[in-house]
Design a protein around this ligand. Structure first.
Ligand code: ZN
Length: 245
């Protein structure tokens, strides 16, 4: 089975459209969406409707989805994130807001040995940045392969008899998964990359080949920025897209 892995679109229609046109999700056996469809970007309806139109989809909610839907108050959000979440809640059409509110909580099993979550499989709102963060998860959660989002940083954490290895992924590449090693893998963010590469990030996974590949795609950033400024959202949300932070 070939999987397309998409995360953290954050209402960035221009980035998401570019990825969908390039990858053609309908040509994959399964699409995995790791949450944060909305928040930050100025096109929440377009992104939600594109996800709603997908088939063979397994998805989980993100922390921004929860705040936009009113499931979470967002008391740990900064002012910019909170302002964008409130704007998104007002902007979303009723049926799209209902879809966001109904997104399932992770972790979610996709197939035997394969799971997805937003932050961590232990807590959907927790960030996995360090080897110690990964150690805590590997000690408590036994799936061989889990894809997660939330940090917006493409990365691979693996554990075998020798210990934990961390790889921050740059550009494009691929990794053949080893039997007996367990993995936590982050595809990075489509709508708001934070690894100083402003291109949209996503992954593909072929389970027959045991091959995970990471990809970057340039998209019309200026159009996404213009939409944010026109919406009256905080300008920093437009500025950061150009530098990938
Ligand atoms: Zn996010």
């Amino acid at each position: 089975m070939r999987h397309l892995i998409l995360s953290d679109m954050h209402g960035n229609h221009e980035a998401f459209q570019a990825v969908l046109r390039h990858t053609r999700p309908e040509t994959f056996d399964r699409v995995l969406v790791l949450g944060d469809l909305v928040g930050y970007g100025a096109a929440p309806n377009e992104v939600v409707e594109a996800v709603r139109g997908m088939t063979n989809l397994t998805l989980v909610r993100g922390n921004h989805d929860k705040v936009v839907a009113g499931i979470d108050e967002g008391e740990n959000f900064n002012q910019v994130a909170l302002a964008a979440a409130r704007w998104s809640a007002r902007a979303l059409r009723d049926e799209n807001l209902a879809y966001v509110a109904d997104l399932p909580q992770g972790p979610c099993d996709v197939a035997p040995g394969l799971a997805i979550c937003h932050g961590s499989p232990i807590d959907e709102d927790t960030y996995v940045f360090s080897d110690y963060d990964a150690f805590e998860i590997f000690s408590a959660y036994d799936r061989p392969l889990t894809f997660f989002g939330h940090t917006h940083v493409p990365s691979v954490f693996s554990v075998d008899q020798q210990g934990i290895e961390v790889r921050a992924l740059r550009g494009e590449g691929s990794l053949r998964l080893e039997r007996g090693t367990r993995y936590l893998i982050n595809p990075g963010s489509i709508g708001q990359p934070r690894d100083r590469d402003p291109r949209a990030a996503f992954m593909t996974y072929d389970d027959a080949e045991q091959l995970v590949s990471w990809h970057r795609l340039a998209y019309p950033i200026a159009a996404a920025q213009r939409r944010i400024l026109d919406a009256g959202l905080p300008p920093v949300l437009a500025e950061r897209l150009a530098v990938g932070v």
